[in-house]
Design a protein around this ligand. Structure first.
Ligand code: MBD
Ligand code: FE
Length: 312
């Protein structure tokens, strides 16, 4: 088909009608966004001569995506999460906000309500027998460079199969396994014991992987640990660290790797330290300090409100 219809008054009026611009009621912001997106799609249909078969394949795909609850997974896969971060980075640069630990994407697997511990927490329940012990610790610093006692460090990661509690297809993990909220101690320090996570892979039979296959892309992430960090009078930091040495550190399907977020991982074999940690063999250790940024005009201008699973 080579007909050109998009630019006609008929189609433009039709877009206004379908997106509610001809009506009083509704939400003006939703109208504005939907009108723009639907307009761009109509134009793509014409420019690329998208056939009805292709269009309906897309609609069926959206239904599969919803059925499997994977919209939040496709989103980082197509780089939208990273793009939103790029925009926040650029805004920070414009405002002159510097010096903080780099942000990176939240991802779709955070759960509200993890147990709260003070200073130190053990994240894993010992059930993952393939897990290599990990000790991670550091100090949370404020915008003035001072340690932040009482800072809240929320941490979550997956097991050695790449599965997160609450989202584990094997059903094996207890709620909040490898999820904790740690309140920094009097020195602003946090510390936790867990196991070194492995990389995550999109469900191989799911719609996200299906589309990635069509794009010639894999759906894997390097091993990583997620953080939300908050403290009084500072902006909430959303970030992750990667496990150094993972072959996918620079080939993440979700584009979350950033300079400054791949701290060295050292293997500790010192008997005294092994005993002090209550372990019975060598462990991996990561030391990672976190630097928060100040409020902007007394507000947290980078807080992100999104629907999140609330755990029981
Ligand atoms: C993850 O664990 C994750 O962090 C992201 C961003 C996407 C899929 C799985
Ligand atoms: Fe993750």
């Amino acid at each position: 088909m080579s007909v050109k219809l998009f630019d006609t008054e008929e189609v433009q009026n039709f877009l206004n009608l379908a997106c509610g611009l001809s009506y009083e009621g509704g939400n003006p912001r939703v109208k504005e966004i939907i009108h723009r997106i639907v307009t761009d799609l109509y134009k793509a249909i014409e420019d690329l001569n998208i056939t009805p078969d292709e269009y309906w394949a897309g609609i069926a795909y959206l239904n599969r995506l919803g059925e499997r609850q994977e919209a939040g997974l496709l989103s980082p896969g197509l780089g939208f999460d990273r793009y939103l971060d790029m925009r926040m980075d650029a805004e920070d640069e414009k405002l002159g906000v510097t010096g903080g630990t780099p942000r990176t994407i939240e991802g779709p697997l955070y759960v509200v309500g993890a147990p709260v511990e003070h200073g130190y927490a053990r994240l894993d329940d010992g059930s993952d027998k393939d897990g290599h012990p990990l000790i991670m610790h550091g100090t949370v610093y404020g915008a003035d460079g001072q340690p932040q006692p009482g800072a809240k460090v929320e941490v979550w990661h997956c097991n050695t199969k790449g599965f997160y509690s609450h989202f584990d297809p094997t059903g094996e993990q207890k709620p909040f396994n490898m999820r904790r909220t740690i309140i920094a101690d009097d020195q602003g320090q946090y510390k936790f014991r867990s196991i070194v996570p492995m990389g995550y892979g999109c469900p191989p039979d799911g719609p996200t992987q299906e589309l990635l296959n069509c794009l010639g892309r894999h759906g894997n992430r390097p091993a990583h640990i997620h953080f939300f960090v908050t403290a009084d009078n500072h902006r909430k930091l959303t970030t992750q660290i990667n496990i150094d040495g993972d072959p996918l550190v620079n080939d993440d399907f979700a584009y979350a790797t950033r300079e400054g977020l791949v701290p060295p991982l050292t293997e500790c074999t010192d008997e005294v330290r092994i005993n002090a940690e209550g372990l019975d063999g060598p462990f991996a250790e990561i030391q990672f300090d976190i630097h928060l940024t100040p409020l902007v005009d007394s507000k947290d201008n980078q807080i992100v409100d999104r629907p999140r699973l609330v755990g029981a």
